[in-house]
Design a protein around this ligand. Sequence first.
Ligand SMILES: [Zn+2]
Ligand SMILES: [Zn+2]
Ligand SMILES: [Zn+2]
Length: 709
Amino acid sequence: MSENIYALRSWMYAHKDSTGKVTDEFLNGAEIFMYQAGQTPLTKETGKMFCPCRKCKNTKFAASDTVWKHIVNRGFTPHYYIWFNHGEGDNRNEASGSNHVENVRNRDEPHLPSESVIQENHMLDHDRMHDMVTDAFRETTSVIEEVENVEGPNLDAKRFYEMLAAANEPIYEGCREGLSKLSLAARMMNIKTDHNLPEVCMDAWAELFKEYLPEDNLCAESYYEIQKLVHSLGLPSEMIDVCIDNCMIYWGKDAELLECKFCKKPRYKPQGRGRNRVPYQRMWYLPIKDRLKRLYQSEKTAASMRWHAEHDQKEGEINHPSDAKAWKHLNNVYPDFASNPRNVYLGLCTDGFSPFGMSGRQYSLWPVFLTPYNLPPEMCMEKELLFMSILIPGPKHPKRSLDVFLQPLIEELKELWSTGVQTYDCSTRTNFTMRAVLLWTISDFPAYGMLSGWTTHGRLSCPYCMGSTDAFQLKHGRKTSWFDCHRRFLPINHPYRRNKKHFRSKRIVRDTAPPYLSGEEIEKDIDYYGGQSTVVKGGNWHNPPNMPNGYGTQHNWHKKSIFWELPYWKDLLLRHNLDVMHIEKNFFDNIMNTLLNVPGKTKDNKNSRLDLPALCSRIELHIMNDGRIPVPIFRLSAQAKAALFKWVASDVKFSDGYVSNLSRCVDHQGQKFSGMKSHDCHVFMQRLLPFALAELVPKEVHEALAGNK
Ligand SMILES: [Zn+2]
Ligand SMILES: [Zn+2]
Ligand SMILES: [Zn+2]
């Protein structure tokens, strides 16, 4: 590979074509730039970055969307090949996350798995190197111990010994302790990725080291050798070509196809031959088997993997998923699986994120994460124990083609359930067959639809009420409303059921909740309505003309989700979960915008007042005969608003890092909160709302919002 950074980033100065149109090459590159710049702590914290456009020349600090507009309109300031002001070119490793996208797009770029300890720490001392090697090869060593006397070391074992030597042996006689061939290789690899150095440059450096260090030093002689050494520690990952329209992936029995079997579009771009062919689109798959095995190969996690079965549950409390009903139910249905506490319980979560913020071009990336729940609560949530398994590329939203991308993962999960995989447990020094189960998915409400196959918009969105929903249309608001549709889930004697005043006026609810459907019944329903598999029909098949009969009126099944291929899926009690943080943010935004009466955002608008008389007995809120709209008791007065903003902006203090600076979110001019992240909203709802409004609104409003009585 002879390309250097100038060639790699030549797009930066291919701004417009001869007709003056901004080139696709430029836009694609600029998106990568925006993504990478967005990863720097500075931008994450402030939402702003230095603008590298032709005019600002990295002197102006501006909001990301502004920078995007500037770049697209003006192009980059000359000679800005290395993005010094956007995470590159310093050793604090700010841009390490960025190599992701670069790598997704550039097959030739060497890849270090993100979990790799190597990238994260420059200060690799001798012991850590040794640990790393023994962790990575734990299984091999156990095998070596067993077979050593019978036969010579096998290939894996040989590799292991080489690695161990590389980690342990001083790079030259008499050098400072901890300087080994492996530590040097890891450092060099790190520098390469941080600065995006070309391979020829790495070769030259390696030669230089070799030559200048004392004779007989063990320094790697070429970039190839460095790469081999470092990669043997890493975990496997795959790039899979994807149809440009997301119809299918070139994987499994379709791996060799040259055009999409659904839309017939070609797999590769016209330029490039043989091994250098470039596909239109790729996804990233990080197989989970080895990652799970590593949890047992590392001293840090191995013993804790049995925690779920060994901890004492406090009576009546749920501190961990294993304390809850769904988990216990699975164990009851599959006692064989439950009998080995080393089997792994997984959760899957996914969400799209647009690296370029809300405005600008629509672009979404969809990572899919897995969490092993075996570990105690504090470890379950650790970043390095939450692993990304799939990265679905942008710019297109995967929407109803999601299952296409999940195929390799589902295949692996099936195998992990039925046959399992030989694993060495370093806490007990034994081999065992590790199996794994996917307990559930976690997502926001739109992604719930993508995962479950039950469309989550329209009248039938509620996946529990399903066809027997009470949803209705608001005459003036012109939206579907689920107001007071769920009182029937209350116990039959609950006083709310008889309350005629506080819900829909004059309505007593005697109905019982719609029947709870077991997984088996749901699967039968899907088959009855004719829900189809995305993989069979293609990623773009699930659109209105192809929807099964009764879709949108009797049921909302747009597909039979790929998860039903898992043999145990029908036996799970809780297949799909909603992520509370997303919902909390929606609630927070709506509550605040309504209390502050933010124009266009408040839920208390003219249409809701027009709809209100038909639904509620709140005569005091009806629009008056002369057209005046009465002020509701929950709206904050000008003084109350000022007091709230002042309090949040200057008086509220949290310990560092607990929450982003809330004062930043106060928009005095617009008289609203802006730029609140989900976690900020969570903190506000949980920690501030219980008392924030105590003196600003009437007691009963405060109590309703505070959630305490
Ligand atoms: Zn600018
Ligand atoms: Zn296609
Ligand atoms: Zn419902």
